[in-house]
Write a protein of this length. Sequence first.
Length: 184
Amino acid sequence: MSRMTSEDLNKLKFPIGEFEKPKQITQQHLQEWIDSIEALPKEIMVLTDNLSETELNFKYRPEGWTIKQVVHHCADSHINSIIRFKLAITEETPTIRPYFEDRFAKLIDYSTSIEAPIFILKGIHQKLGILLRSFKSEDLKREYIHPEHGKHFTLEETIGIYAWHGNHHLAHIKQAIYYKGKFN
């Protein structure tokens, strides 16, 4: 394989680009983002349903995660997301707890079947859809603090971030399938 430039690697790392918060978040943004969040489990199932064990271990980029790791990561990340939303809606500007995604990805469960994380995603995303659709305009302005970034995030912005996050990892799965193990 020819040597990749940092630009090439960045395109593989962020195939849909990085999240860009709109200047003004509209009801249409929120509707599209929540629809996207609700659709994620089914979209992952469609992409992975007929993959072999070998294919589930394809990586989406050099030194990137396998498809299995991506699916397990989405489950863990989105478990955290519902907790973040609930903390922000029930507490006054809570500080959330970050975690080491890269360390989680090395744990034994990330090498196992994707059946459990897909099951988790189905439940979490169903609950997320119900919760996110219940937020009133004043709820959407509530914030939490992410200590890793030293920044306040509103719930409306966070809905967009998690919609982007799901689509970001769907693109990784598609990329891994497209490159057929080239980066393993």
